[in-house]
Design a protein around this ligand. Structure first.
Ligand code: MV4
Length: 448
């Protein structure tokens, strides 16, 4: 096992990794910008080192600064958390070139899944069901027309270098195709320096279902069921749950085994998520994320595992501490993302936390780096806490969520807490009956 690891991140996820490492007897090094000198992850880690000025581009995103910090502190491995450098294949290569272990998949697997056409071709080849569409990229309008006629309108044009909702254009009929195709290509060129696009059948009212997988890097892999992450606003997830309210045990087993087999065939190492659209009982692969995700705690709650511990174990060359047959869904978990944002526009609301009280009791987990008097800096993501509740079933989890939100105190800044109080009054939420469009439609009706 490693003696010391460096955490190339901040906020609640940096703290999450410090906690896992400490339980394993592994020392942790926090890195921080000058804006984060008083941050909780800095206080909780065994060591801390300043890596630059407030802008992420000069600190948390600086490969040279992070690598120097690892060298200086003698860290044997780097955990990237999510965001920042977590899916940067060049960073992984640089880390390994310095003789440091990257806690995560290989540069090759990150690069493969970062290119959405290659990701889709790979998943298709491995037997994962995909959205009908072009085989590979589409370089000419004439080809786009032929593909679109074949699969039928509406179609969606996506940038191969996009993902997470960036670089997509809808064409409802053939009259819209030329404009959508040209716009998609020029926007992709401007945003990513790569104008390659592909075409898919547009699915009108799907759910976003993602399957958690975990590989040992040696051809072994398991799945840990799915999460339903359909409640999103502008491609930012707002609430996630496990298991998915629309997924029965047989369906979970079928898609889970398909995903586990695919990543086993790849020799994938570490945590990953295979994202699907789910409509009319069918799964359609869209993207794979090669990192630990923000919403991983709902999976940890229902499967009773520590995914970060497993990441560190396999990175150190140890086997995973469970096999597929050890894993079973226990109850139901829901996560809500508490952001320092002001409704109705969700505008970032940095500032000083004048009072903070975290909820507690049975089935409550609060992942947060907040404390009384903390100043939320204006430079980073507005996520300030994740409240994760676990119950024996979905109604119990919902009751616990309502109870916990009532106990929570976050004073000094606006937050998304009132949104969750309101959502818990909605029959569609209480029944788990929502698609990827439900939240934006609801916000239009209720928040203006
Ligand atoms: C789609 C789609 C409908 N049909 N692909 C948006 C994020 C990116 N990961 C994929 N996205 C979508 N791809 C086809 N063929 C609709 C979306 C989409 C979406 C997906 C998941 C969660 C929320 C979403 C909100 C709008 C659009």
């Amino acid at each position: 096992m490693f003696r010391k690891i460096l955490i190339a991140n901040r906020g609640e996820i940096a703290l999450r990794v410090v906690r896992a490492a400490r339980e394993m007897g592994v020392a942790s090094v926090a890195v921080h910008s000058t804006a984060d000198a008083d941050a909780m992850h800095v206080r909780m880690a065994d060591e801390a080192i300043c890596i630059g000025p407030p802008p992420s581009s000069d600190s948390y995103l600086s490969m040279a600064a992070v690598l120097s910090a690892a060298e200086i502190t003698g860290a044997e491995a780097i955990h990237p958390g999510y965001g920042f450098l977590s899916e940067n294949a060049n960073f992984v290569q640089a880390v390994e070139d310095h003789g440091i272990k990257f806690i995560g998949p290989s540069a090759e697997h990150i690069r493969m899944m970062g290119d959405k056409i290659t990701a889709k071709e790979t998943m298709h080849r491995l037997g994962v069901p995909c959205v009908p569409g072009s085989v590979g990229g589409v370089a000419h309008l004439e080809t786009a027309q032929i593909v679109a006629r074949d699969i039928g309108y509406p179609v969606i044009i996506k940038a191969t270098a996009g993902g997470g909702g960036r670089g997509m254009k809808l064409a409802r009929s053939e009259d819209e195709l030329e404009n959508a195709f040209r716009t998609a290509r020029s926007e992709a060129k401007a945003a990513f320096g790569n104008d390659e696009v592909y075409i898919e059948k547009y699915l009108g009212r799907p759910r976003h279902i993602e399957v958690q997988i975990f590989g040992d890097g040696k051809g072994g892999a398991v799945h840990l069921g799915e999460r339903d992450c359909s409640l999103q606003r502008r491609h930012q997830k707002v609430l996630e749950e496990a298991p998915g309210p629309a997924i029965d045990p047989e369906t979970r087993e079928r898609i889970g085994q398909t995903c586990a087999k695919a990543v086993a065939d790849l020799g994938y190492e570490g945590a990953g998520t295979i994202e699907f659209l789910y409509e009319d009982g069918e799964f359609y692969f869209i993207e794979m994320n090669t990192r630990l995700q923000v919403e991983h705690p709902v999976t940890e709650a229902v499967f009773g595992v520590d995914l970060v511990r497993e990441q560190i174990r396999v990175a150190a060359g140890l086997p995973m501490s469970f096999r597929q047959e050890d894993l079973r869904v226990n109850g139901h978990a829901i996560e809500v993302r508490i952001n320092a944002e002001k409704l109705p526009n969700f505008s970032p609301c940095p500032g000083k936390i004048t009072q903070y009280h975290a909820p507690g009791g049975l089935g409550i987990r609060m992942d947060s780096a907040l404390y009384d008097g903390y100043r939320i800096p204006p430079y980073y993501d507005s996520l300030i806490a994740k409240l994760i509740v676990h119950g024996r079933d979905r109604p119990e989890a919902l009751a616990r969520l309502k109870r916990a939100l009532g106990e929570l105190i976050v004073d000094g800044v606006d937050s998304t807490v009132p949104l969750f109080h309101a959502l818990l009054q909605e029959p569609a939420i209480l029944q788990g009956d929502y698609t990827i469009h439900w939240l934006e439609d609801w916000l239009k009706r209720n928040v203006g």
